[in-house]
Design a protein around this ligand. Structure first.
Ligand SMILES: [Zn+2]
Length: 167
């Protein structure tokens, strides 16, 4: 994220960062999540190397977009970073990687639920939908919200998802 380290650490916004917040380039939610991550850095040092791009928020889900290879750094420590984020934001949290292909994006989006098949459906009007067939619901966390994940896919990747489950 394009917030200088002074502002990130102090929570006070310099002129330059303040302009970015006002223009919407950095959202209030970005700031909040950046702060939570920063406050956890001492406990979980691998967070220092995480490049935080931005956040996307839907009804019940918060998606955090991070740099290539950063997803495991957030999911590690037995899920304690994720739990802290859930506690602070009151939402389900997904961690997504910037600049990956569609398949990897979708795998991260639906994790820990595995994807069986991904294919493209052509609609009569020439538009496409991406159909994702997920492995059985068995073991699925109750926090899984397909509508939120569809919305996130649309915002982050401009993909229209159709989500189905394998029997
Ligand atoms: Zn600043």
């Amino acid at each position: 994220m394009d917030l200088c380290s002074f502002c990130l650490k102090s929570g006070i916004l310099c002129q330059k960062c303040s302009t970015k917040v006002k223009s919407g380039e950095i959202s209030a939610l970005d700031l909040k999540v950046a702060h939570v991550l920063l406050s956890l850095e001492e406990k979980y040092p691998s967070l220092q190397n995480v490049y935080f791009h931005k956040t996307i928020e839907t009804d019940r889900t918060l998606a955090i977009v991070v740099g290539p290879g950063d997803v495991p750094r957030l999911l590690g420590y037995g899920g304690r970073i994720m739990k802290a984020l859930v506690d602070e934001t009151g939402k389900n949290v997904r961690v997504l990687e910037h600049g990956v292909d569609d398949r990897k994006f979708l795998e991260d989006l639906f994790a820990p639920v595995g994807i069986m098949t991904i294919n493209t459906i052509w609609l009569p009007d020439g538009s496409t939908e991406t159909r994702v067939i997920l492995k059985r619901r068995h073991g699925m966390r109750s926090s899984f919200d397909a509508n939120d994940l569809k919305e996130i896919a649309r915002i982050v990747r401009s993909i229209t998802l159709r989500v189905e489950f394998a029997d």
